[in-house]
Design a binder for this molecule. Structure first.
Ligand SMILES: Nc1ncnc2c1ncn2[C@@H]1O[C@H](COP(=O)(O)OP(=O)(O)O)[C@@H](O)[C@H]1O
Ligand SMILES: [Mg+2]
Length: 265
């Protein structure tokens, strides 16, 4: 019998989107984007600020109806995947309610979506999965920035999503917290076999985490490179100075048009 092949987590074709602009011409944010993320794959998206990364994520997350193109998520529409709670979203700002405990912040998302059986137990389970089991009763202000971002990850995981969309989730953290969060995220991904589309400004972070790194051009955003990262797993952020690792960093910098200064002389 033929094996059942899971549909790609994301299959985007010919995606273009324009926002209204004051001059009436519209601002072209995305122009002819194609992108796939296979089931269980970890794909990072890098590109200059304003090139449309967040717009692309919003289209995949079913939060924005693009002007042109096709967006398939888990084999159906993005809106359907969103309604089925198959998509978990993590943004740069964890957006936690300060007066609620960490557990209640995670449980709130279950309450709001009406999918709220065993709310407390599921919230505590999600916190345990990101290493915060002992902090369920804490308020957000009692946690570090890195721990707050873990709470945001727990909140995204509590619905057992098949796809995680992460928009510069570690962008506001110091370097050591970022490293810890990368290790934690890799653990979650390896254990739960969730598919991930991860937006980052950090080229090294993209190489460390990903199966593939997709590079976008400056606005209007287009895909200019799609680079497979054939480094062995499990990966360790403390071992990221191998020649192979640095060759990928260099390749991505070149795709971004960031040629090292010495190349000009
Ligand atoms: N809601 C909006 N209305 C109008 N323009 C927007 C809106 N959101 C984003 N843009 C514009 O679209 C372009 C792409 O934005 P964005 O997707 O946020 O890029 P990135 O995440 O790569 O920085 C930018 O020029 C931005 O100013
Ligand atoms: Mg953005």
């Amino acid at each position: 019998m033929a094996a059942v092949v899971a549909p790609p987590a994301i299959d985007v074709r010919g995606l273009a989107h324009r926002y209204p602009s004051p001059d009436g011409d519209g601002l072209v944010a995305l122009d002819g984007i194609g992108l796939t993320v296979g089931a269980g794959e970890f794909v990072s998206l890098v590109g200059p600020s304003g090139c449309g990364k967040t717009t692309l994520l919003r289209a995949v997350g079913g939060l924005l109806q693009p002007e042109h193109g096709e967006v398939l998520v888990l084999g159906g529409t993005a809106a359907a995947a969103r309604r089925a709670h198959s998509i978990g979203l993590v943004a740069q700002d964890p957006g936690l309610l300060p007066w609620r405990s960490v557990e209640d912040n995670v449980a709130l998302t279950l309450q709001l979506t009406g999918d709220d059986g065993d709310r407390g137990e599921r919230a505590r389970g999600a916190l345990e999965r990101v290493g915060l089991g002992e902090f369920a009763a804490y308020r957000p202000r009692e946690l570090s920035g890195g721990m707050r971002q873990r709470v945001a990850l727990a909140r995204a995981l509590v619905h057992e999503p098949q796809l995680l969309l992460m928009d510069e989730p570690f962008g506001a953290l110091d370097e050591l917290s970022r490293e810890d969060l990368c290790v934690e995220l890799l653990r979650v991904w390896e254990r739960e076999r969730v598919s991930v589309l991860f937006v980052t400004h950090s080229i090294r972070e993209a190489v460390l985490l990903s199966d593939r790194v997709v590079v976008m051009s400056a606005a209007p955003g287009r895909v200019v490179a799609d680079i497979s990262i054939a480094l062995p797993r499990p990966r360790d952020p403390r071992a990221d100075d191998s020649p192979e690792f640095n060759a990928y960093v260099h390749e991505i910098r070149m795709a971004l048009g960031r040629v090292p200064a010495e190349a000009h002389s």
